[in-house]
Design a protein around this ligand. Sequence first.
Ligand SMILES: Cc1cc2nc3c(=O)[nH]c(=O)nc-3n(C[C@H](O)[C@H](O)[C@H](O)COP(=O)(O)O)c2cc1C
Length: 414
Amino acid sequence: MDDKTAAATVPAGQQAAYRGGTKLRQHYPTVDYLRRRARGRIPHFAFEYSDGGAGTDGGIRRNWAGLDAVELVPRYGVMPALPPVEITLFGRKYAAPIGIAPMGGPAIVWPGADSYMAVAAQRARVPYTLGTVGGITIEQAATLAPDVLWFQLYRMARNDHWLGFELMRRCEAAGVHVLVMTVDVPVRTVRPREVVVGLGGSKFSPGPRMLYQMLRSPGWLLSLWQRGQPRFANIKNYAGNNASVNDVISFARNEIGGAFTWDEIARFRDKWKKPLVLKGIMHPADAERAIALGIDGVWVSNHGGRQIEALPAPIDVLPAVAAQVGARATVLFDSGVRSGLDVVRAVALGAQAAFAGKAFLWGLGALGGKGPGHVLDLMIDETRASLGQIGAQSPADARKGVIRHPGALAFPEF
Ligand SMILES: Cc1cc2nc3c(=O)[nH]c(=O)nc-3n(C[C@H](O)[C@H](O)[C@H](O)COP(=O)(O)O)c2cc1C
């Protein structure tokens, strides 16, 4: 059956999984193809930034292997066609259980990255999480992604958290819907692949090797020319008038540090009246503590394997955390998601939605501004098709199936 015939046999509104004939889909049918293309298209240092993890990348490999190992037993004779994939998170409707995770410095991978991701998320109607150290301001993001904007906050404790509270106030004024506090960066970590290409230091001073790599990547260079140098847009203004790029970098390094304590989280909870999520939770006891503080969402994540490679794959702790949380809060997931099938695995094991980071960077590296939209198209269609294939009638329905999950971690009484 060719694509046209296939599309004609699928009910209206459910045809997305059959758009296989477009050129982009032909060349880049999965995120892995985008990763391969990105490797050859952008400067080497930019690819290494998008791709590298802590240590030997063992955490990244474990995240992928953990997801790959999850098997879903299908049921047939139930669903005649593709199921709907819309979901509601914190009272808002989204097109699919998929979101863009917060990332600092994505513009290294493709200049203008933050804006492209914001626009793509708004178009697709999925959450876009701007990072504290993202490349556009909260206010710019709010104009690009007014209906789907979330904001991620790092700990900035100096002067009694003045900068954290200031960013929170700006989020409130700009209409950010969800505030995400990242708890899993207690110490600065070393990512060897970044160090080796010259991105490990506290200064950005491209040497001849980096310049050569830029010159060999004309598309990337053109985008740099059009969009300008990446900078910490949300923090820049506090670094002083006429602060250079390196002044802003060292200001950010001095301000940001450590992981929020429970007392600090309680203070933010007190002031932020809209949904509040903790990102980086890996233990049911921490999820319980979060709920006791009135947190609305628990985001299970090991930071995509970028902090320390000894952590379990988040997919392996997800069922225990989800069981602990029950219906008391929303459970979100990331780390290793490269397809809609991975999204379905996470949803089947208890997440309400799965987010991705690196997949969007590879999309940007391969396709520039078109990348994030293509990644979302692929993932949303794959989610719908994977649910349809196992006979699930909705994302939540995937939880009712029989699942083999060899890596699932059991937590002793705590
Ligand atoms: C380049 C890069 C920068 C990141 N920066 C941040 C950040 O500033 N704040 C944060 O909470 N998480 C950050 N993350 C982690 C992501 O939010 C997310 O947890 C992770 O990418 C998910 O794993 P995945 O890349 O395998 O999808 C970053 C990830 C990448 C790849």
